[in-house]
Write a protein that binds this ligand. Sequence first.
Ligand code: SF4
Length: 96
Amino acid sequence: MSLADLETVWQSNGETPLPECTYDPELHTGPRLTIESTEERAAREAVAREVCATCPALLLCELYARQARPASGIWAGRMPAELTTHTTELEDMEVA
Ligand code: SF4
């Protein structure tokens, strides 16, 4: 699958919807101005994973994150360490 194909999958009715995390970025990165407890962090990350699951940019995001190797946050529903341990349909993709 080419990058153009992925972008076509992302589009809906000719429009390119915004990634879900653009509406609440701190859900995926954590709060900037407060310190969250372990329980709060786990709850936030669980919600972030749910948001990612319905994101129109999920495949593109995972592809990007696997290449960019972020140090923190939730990307494509995964923690950075999980991006390298999980196999997905992207494993078989050739992106042009
Ligand atoms: S899949 Fe990626 S772009 Fe979509 S909400 Fe999750 S982190 Fe954001």
